[in-house]
Design a protein around this ligand. Structure first.
Ligand code: TXD
Length: 308
């Protein structure tokens, strides 16, 4: 079967994700953007890279949603990006409007699709997508933890001068400054991180992970990170389409797990062809639970601030 993935928002993150999906030949990609010509132009530009890179997937782009019909996965990156000095939360009102409209358009044409939400403020936009789509939680998944964990993994690999391939890490909680890096569950080729680095160094890595988005915004000045966010979105699409049963940290609508009910929070999930197939519950220390509670409060605040 030939899979179809829609990416809404042909901006920095959307286009990076689209290119990676096509280049891996796992699906055809339809890009949609209000800036229709931007989507058309980027799709053409990517297709012109196909002969050189050697992929056969088709990428199309424009402003029309009809070509998205029957998509197995839809990635929503449409919205405004953060500018320096702007918090993720400042984006709330504007992006609620955008994500609501985008999701309505998508689900009317692909009622069985799996939604991957990327637009910030992430956890609140997931809730908007869940409400508008009426989908079960298995089919509304937020991308944040894969990115936050990737940042943490890179900082660990850099610090220890080891291959990124050997480094695993988990970040829980909302995708904000109160996210919860979990060094106790980070490993380097199976070896627990706390045995390899001292507590101060680990604390520095945790802080840098929490501020990873802001660090890039400060360099870019006119936009936010996109290579790692695009790659992280692609990783989730791949895990779903190829039914990998991969455990990845994702924002998911909790129903009692970790003591939360009715809130999107980043936790380890098993991703496969059914979407978010299982929430994995880790045993947390009292301190980790307290940090997660703080992060959950921040998400709750955002959700309560959503326009009714
Ligand atoms: O970890 C994460 N979840 C994130 C989230 C990591 C990085 C970026 N994150 C958020 O993703 C960011 O704060 C933004 O809310 C989105 C997209 O970021 P990107 O850097 O790709 O922003 P761009 O380059 O501005 O692209 C957004 C595109 C742009 O081309 C707009 O024209 C389009 O979205 N857009 C729309 N498309 C379709 N429909 C509507 N209504 C629309 N409005 C804007």
């Amino acid at each position: 079967m030939h899979y179809k993935v829609t990416v809404v928002g042909a901006g920095n993150v959307g286009a990076t994700c689209a290119q990676l999906i096509a280049q891996a030949d796992i699906a055809d990609v339809v890009m949609v953007d209000v800036a229709a010509d931007l989507a058309t132009g980027k799709a053409l530009d990517m297709m012109e890279s196909a002969p050189v890179l050697g992929f056969n997937a088709r990428i199309t782009g424009g402003g029309d949603y009809d070509p998205t019909a029957g998509s197995q996965v839809c990635v929503v990156t449409a919205g405004l990006a953060r500018k320096p000095g702007m918090s993720r939360d400042d984006l709330l009102a504007k992006n609620t409007e955008i994500v609501s409209e985008v999701v309505r358009q998508l689900v009317s044409r692909s009622p069985e699709t799996i939604l991957i939400i990327v637009t910030n403020p992430l956890d609140a936009m997931c809730e908007v997508a869940r409400r508008v789509s009426g989908f079960p939680r298995e089919r509304v998944i937020g991308m944040a933890g894969v990115l936050d964990a990737a940042r943490m993994r890179w900082f660990i690999a850099e610090k220890l001068s080891v291959s990124v391939e050997d480094v695993d890490a988990f970040v829980l909680g909302g995708h904000g400054d109160s996210m919860v890096p979990l060094p106790r569950y980070a490993t380097v080729n199976g070896m627990p991180l706390p045995q390899l680095l001292d507590a101060d160094t680990i604390a520095q890595i945790n802080d840098r992970t929490r501020n990873g988005g802001a660090e890039i915004v400060n360099y870019y000045k006119t936009g936010s990170a996109y290579y790692a966010p695009g790659a992280s979105s692609y990783e989730m699409v791949k895990a779903i389409l190829l039914d990998k049963k991969k455990i990845l940290p994702c924002a998911v609508y909790l129903q009692g797990e970790y003591g939360y009910d009715g809130l999107f929070i980043g936790v380890p999930c098993l991703l496969g062809r059914g979407g978010m197939e299982k929430v994995i519950e880790l045993k947390l220390t009292t301190e980790e639970k307290a940090l997660l509670a703080k992060s959950a409060e921040a998400v709750k605040g955002l959700v309560e601030a959503l326009p009714k």
